[in-house]
Design a protein around this ligand. Sequence first.
Ligand SMILES: [Zn+2]
Length: 531
Amino acid sequence: MARERLYLFDTTLRDGAQTNGVDFTLSDKRAIAKMLDELGLDYVEGGYPGANPTDTQLFAEEHKLNTTFTAFGMTRRPGRSTSNDPGLAALLEAKADAICFVAKSWDYHVKVALETTNEENLASIRDSVRAAKRKGREVLLDCEHFFDGYKANPQYALACAKEAYDQGARWVVLCDTNGGTLPHEVEKIVGEVVKAIPGTHVGIHAHNDTEQAVANSLAAVRAGARQIQGTLNGLGERCGNANLCSLIPTLRLKQEFADRFEIGVTGEQMGGLMKVSRTLDDMLNRAPNRHAPYVGESAFVTKTGIHASAVLKDPQTYEHVAPELVGNHRKVLVSDQAGRSNVVAELERAGIPFEKNDPKLTRLVEEMKEREAAGYAYESADASFELLARRVLGRVPEYFRVEQFDVNVEQRYNALGERVTVAMAVVKVDVAGERLISAAEGNGPVNALDVALRKDLGKYQKYIEGLKLIDYRVRILNGGTEAVTRVLIESEDENGDSWTTVGVSPNIIDASFQALMDSVVYKLVKSGAPA
Ligand SMILES: [Zn+2]
């Protein structure tokens, strides 16, 4: 029997941006949209053009994505025409494949929040969907507070949804905006809705306030909905949105869903899920949730004891799915095998040649274990991993040697009598016997060090001309006086390629310096600079 298509809609960049402490930059948004696209999601909601400069800029650019790139915004304001509503105009002009409108569907909110009539709210939905259709956009309508609205006034909630569908909206999305609805209620209400609107046009948008956003999404699918909205790592306001990192594997690996439905994420794409999850955490400088289902560090860890020996005999004894399917790995704390297979997989991914029985491979695994225990995060720092692997397995030329560096931070009065803090760095480098000294000022010690280091590398200078740092993140790994600092630096070159390097030290300058050095050396290797 042919399987039905189930569509996944990601709102990490819109609803996920509401998360306390999350603030996406424009380059974060571009990078995440690309990552979501590569993961195979059907829709990526980029944000709310007109609401803030970042989103406005994002939607002023062309996007070369396979996904349906979606702009979010409100339906026309009550009492205005579609041609006289600047918010709606900005939305219609946005460079997006689809427009997702949000509208009230609870009569109580129409009256109290919107201060308008039920009829005017329906007219606003009607006019907005029509206007977007005229612009050639695919249209979605998020029905805000749908479940609470349905409980209070089912006829009206349904009328809002029906209005959008009748005007040609591709999807009508039922939102559990407060996140308080329970799975059996969702299943029942969605079951009622799909009698009026075909399930192939109905979506679910669940919040996690009773920790059942994933369960609610699955309940909606059981009842007939065919689009799920969610976010990576369950990011979102308050307790978050439905977590796509849990939903994707459940839909692909659990028989009830796998037998009946097909999603856009292939098995191969799902194999990168853990990496995607981790990359997002790193971009946001958030500690990954070790206990996250499927993608958490602990999701497939078995401690020594009777479980461990059983897992070694047959992993299925204690695992509900195979960890490799989501890019995670089994870890039995008595075995070395897991570490080795990860390293091998990473080498293959990076295209670094190696011999399976080379004793150097064992050394690399040992070295990585030691370094990861010390705080290095190679999963996030692809370029540092590659350099380490190349150093252990083969040879990375010593292009140059930093003999000494010196960083100074000074607070003083400037000529205008203002108190300023200035940083200055001096770096002494040996390039093939030639001694070069560079000094630079910066807005901080790391910036000064970076500018000085890259100011003059003699014959290698031309290879690093296009190199720039695009992100710098610091995390303190354990509290107290023995705190260790981990620095992750993301760099980009003239071709738009980017990579991440890591440094670890009790001293933040030293950690930064290691990461800077790795970035420069990586660029030289990548550019094929002669030794
Ligand atoms: Zn929401």
